[in-house]
Design a protein around this ligand. Structure first.
Ligand code: FMN
Length: 204
């Protein structure tokens, strides 16, 4: 099983990237979980797309997603919503629209996030839902993880030191891996039917 983990922060001491690293530590070695950040992804620009094509880093990430069994989005919260930098990356990854089905369609996805505030990215995670629906992904809602007071949850090296959150994260990842296993075990014909049913993107 391959899981793409995407942290929505560029910060070197990001709590969200630290959370993603901690998530990777909880899963078995048999799971190929890779950690990606937003570095080298430019701002979406329709002129760049038309004249130069999809940027190399976006194409690399698209390939990683196509070859994956699931996506874990680790989202910061900005102004009670999702962070523009991460939305920008997802927007690039959704280009051109004909690739949305292979990159995102029916792909299991889960959301977690960390914030120094007391609400632990609840609103950011909610704000992602219309995007996930539009891209035709398969969200897993079996559990949730909102890491609040993140400044007290990780040590200076970015290691998760809070035992409650460590346990919650283990349970979360176990549930998500179980969900991916169920989804990938679905017979090919059922998957083809689901792909057919998935509506065409409204935008071009
Ligand atoms: C522009 C901006 C807006 C923010 N808005 C929120 C917010 O609405 N809720 C919240 O919990 N934290 C908010 N924060 C604080 C972030 O949660 C904090 O900077 C966090 O460390 C960012 O994630 P990172 O550590 O992974 O980079 C905001 C930070 C910035 C820069």
């Amino acid at each position: 099983m391959k899981i793409v983990g995407l942290s929505g922060s560029l910060r070197s001491e990001s709590y969200n990237t630290a959370l993603l690293r901690a998530a990777k530590e909880t899963v078995s070695d048999r799971i190929d979980m890779q950690i990606f950040t937003l570095h080298d992804i430019p701002l979406y620009d329709g002129d760049v797309e038309t004249n130069q094509g999809i940027p190399w880093r976006v194409n690399e990430l698209k390939k990683e997603l196509i070859n994956s069994d699931g996506l874990l989005i680790v989202t910061p919260e900005y102004n009670h919503s999702l962070p523009g930098v991460l939305k920008n990356a997802i927007d690039w990854l959704s280009r051109p629209p004909k690739d949305i089905k292979s990159v995102f369609g029916n792909r299991p996805v889960a959301l977690i996030g960390a914030s120094p505030s007391g609400f632990g990215t609840i609103l950011a995670q909610e704000a992602w839902l219309p995007v996930i629906r539009t891209l035709g992904m398969k969200p897993w809602f079996g559990n949730s993880l909102h890491v609040s007071h993140a400044d007290k949850v990780f040590d200076k090296a970015g290691k998760m030191t809070d035992s409650d959150y460590t346990l919650q994260l283990q349970q979360f990842m176990q549930g998500f891996v179980g969900f991916i296993n169920k989804e990938t075990a679905k017979p090919v014909r059922e998957k083809e039917e689901m792909a057919k049913e998935q509506r065409e993107p409204l935008h071009q």
